[in-house]
Design a protein around this ligand. Sequence first.
Ligand SMILES: [Cu+2]
Length: 420
Amino acid sequence: MRRVVLLAALAVFALPAGAHAATQTIVLQSAPIAVPAYGVATSFQLIPHPQVDGYVVGMKADLVDSAGATVSPLDVMLHHVVFAKLRTPDSTCPGSLAERFYAEGEERMVMALPPGYGYANAGTDLWGLVYMLMNHHNRPESVSVRYTVTYVTGQALTPVRPIWMDVHNCTVDPIFTVPGTGGKGSTVSRSMDFRLPVSGRIVAGGGHLHGGGVRLDLTNTTCSQRLFQSLPTWGGAMPMPMMHEPGPTHMSRFETPTGIPVAAGDTLRLTAVYDDSIPHMRVMGIMILYFAPGAVGDGCSPEPPLQIDLGSPGPPTASMPLTLLRVPSGPVAKNITSTTVGDYRFGAQRVLLRIGQTFRWRFVGTVEHDVTLATGPVGIASPSMRSGSFSFRFTRAGTYNFYCSLHPAQMTQTIVVRKG
Ligand SMILES: [Cu+2]
């Protein structure tokens, strides 16, 4: 696999400055990432990027093993990868000095800009990669993120900037949890607004939802226009054992060479809609837009036709309940309202509570952990933490099975909540 990287590097270095227009396919990859047995690897690294000035016009990513062979999501699941250009402010999160310009998850979203548009890259830029990978085997794995960049040099394209719409934007772990207590057919929504500082045209975009996602709506609230709806496709083989509710296998995305005109001062709103009939833990609602700044006409303009890569939207395949990978053990604690979450274990693994009681988890680890519902009457998930505490008041009777989503094979807990 090193050979491919080298060849790719040679290809970009070999291109003299000022050469005539060329489109290349450059294959690059991250350093190896160790993913523990039945575990999660989540971190950040600097990654290679095209070494001459030009434009990214397309991108896709997958996982490969040390021999360069593609790794199936049934073995190691690519849950999230986010590519960012460092030392560049992000348009919707100006405090962060890394511009998120491409991402994908289980839906394997690709970047494909319409002809004539490109995301500028300079040889002096720095690219970073944030990743979250999950190993579905009981043995450690080593994988790399391989990414294919379609790259244009020697030609001036219309530059695009990414607009990252995220209903929990500017957080390290942009998740929320759906309680699932709304009854059959009910939904919950989260949204975020972004006021455009400059006018321009949105030329492409695509979405990211997790299990339980119904749709993502992008609207221009200033113009009362719905610009795009991203819909999930469900199905496909599920990795076993299941350590996470399966996400969509595709999310619809669009391109338009004309571009959707939006004016400075317009407010874009992203709304993520989730099913609320059963709990859905640690879910997201994200849409990446590619925006070409430039003058547009006055007022609200009609939307041009979009080329939509729809996938096969339909109802979600019946979601099977997550079973705990480790049976909680030890005596049933009947008179406690708090326990520790330490390195690779919950203090009290079996707890009996009365309805109405509040339970508190105190985090005392040297690495991050969380408390996440696997099965139970109400969706519950804490942030991932090393210290601090998380509380929940149990107002519904039943059996609540919990795990740490970062250490699912080691850390489990059952809390039974009794009526009387
Ligand atoms: Cu943990």
